[in-house]
Design a protein around this ligand. Structure first.
Ligand code: SF4
Length: 355
């Protein structure tokens, strides 16, 4: 399996918490960017199994440019092709254009169904716009629809989280991603008074509530932050967690290609002028594989470890697993090791202990 990620580095306006690489949208830059990406793609005569347009805001870039880019990509039959959309910029025409071009999955940046929480995030959309975007996507025959939501927002409570989840559950969607708000340095949010944010224990309570609530309502957790209806796990993101190759094109895009990790600098101008990606060294070692697989609810499978040619796990690793299992952080059986929801909350500490 091989995936292609294309970063679209444009947004209408920067949200206060966001540190993804994006610049204010300009039509002339977007045209230049489309041509620069097409030129890069010529260097990779590869048939991809998944394609993912992320950002930034691909819906600002526009359906026509995305469709044009797709003409330059060789894609296998039945490939999953995803486009991230912002509810404030995704129109019915946008969905019709990308659907005709072959897009069959969208991911909508919803974040919350509570207007005050959206306002805190400086998002430009309303819950009604999310509903409209989903309806327009369905009308364009894009049935595989994901929404992103956030935990740990100012003023968020279990009740308001449930309001957001109930809103999602009434939408004809197949997938939900739930991320915890992280205050990134160098974002405007970092300089705000953050005393109103829920503390870590409260956010942990939100997370455990969400996992249980979504499970009860037909969305199975398959990764720390991802939940889907049966058969709708995101194939592209699964490539990352399965340590499969993927090519990232665009400023700030990362790749794991031919056994090497690399990324493009966060510099649109440099990318337009033909800058090369920067090497991050070799990838795909056993520690990396363990780290990525433990993000999945399926966890680390002994048969897959063997199939990929990794050495058996050492005794100390397994001894630590037994100890963590007795504390409810993971499950160890004869098929492998997998974290519990309680374990996902402290995944970094668990990895620190295991690796
Ligand atoms: S729309 Fe998305 S990518 Fe753009 S600034 Fe907001 S959160 Fe970041």
């Amino acid at each position: 399996m091989k995936g292609l990620y294309i970063h679209i580095p444009f947004c209408i306006k920067k949200c206060i918490y966001c540190d993804f690489y994006s610049l204010p949208y300009r039509a002339d830059l977007a045209d230049q960017y489309m041509q620069a990406v097409a030129r890069r793609l010529e260097k990779y005569p590869v048939v991809f199994d998944t394609v993912y347009f992320g950002g930034g805001t691909p819906s600002v870039f526009g359906g026509t440019r995305l469709a044009e880019l797709l003409k330059n990509i060789q894609i296998c039959d039945g490939a999953e092709i995803t486009v991230e959309c912002n509810p404030s910029t995704a129109t019915a025409t946008f969905f019709e254009t990308i659907a005709v071009a072959g897009v069959n999955r969208i991911s909508i940046g919803m974040q919350s169904a509570v207007p005050e929480e959206l306002c805190f995030l400086t998002r430009r959309h309303t819950p009604a716009m999310v509903q409209t975007a989903v309806t327009s996507a369905k009308n364009a025959r894009i049935d595989n629809i994901s929404v992103d939501i956030m935990l740990g927002l100012q003023g968020q409570t279990i009740q308001s989280l449930q309001q957001t989840l109930d809103f999602c559950l009434h939408l004809p969607i197949t997938h939900i991603s739930a991320y915890m708000l992280k205050v990134e340095p160098d974002t405007p949010l970092a300089s705000y008074d953050l005393s109103g944010l829920p503390d870590a224990d409260t956010v942990a309570e939100f997370y455990l509530f969400l996992c249980k609530y979504l499970q009860q309502h037909g969305f199975t957790q398959y990764e720390i932050s991802n939940f889907s209806k049966p058969g709708y796990a995101c194939e592209h993101n699964l490539l990352y967690w399965n340590c499969e190759p993927y090519l990232g094109i665009g400023p700030a895009a990362h790749s794991f290609w031919n056994g090497k990790r690399m990324h493009f600098p966060r510099d649109l101008k440099g990318f337009l002028q033909g800058a090369y990606p920067v090497s991050d060294g070799a990838g795909g070692g056993i520690d990396e594989y363990i780290m990525l697989r433990l993000r999945l609810t399926e966890g680390l499978r002994f048969d897959l470890l063997k199939q990929r040619g990794y050495p058996p796990l050492n005794q100390q690793f397994l001894k630590n697993c037994v100890s963590l299992a007795s504390q409810g952080y993971l499950i160890l059986d004869n098929t492998g090791v997998r974290l519990t929801p309680k374990g996902f909350l402290v995944q970094n500490q668990i990895l620190g202990r295991l690796l």
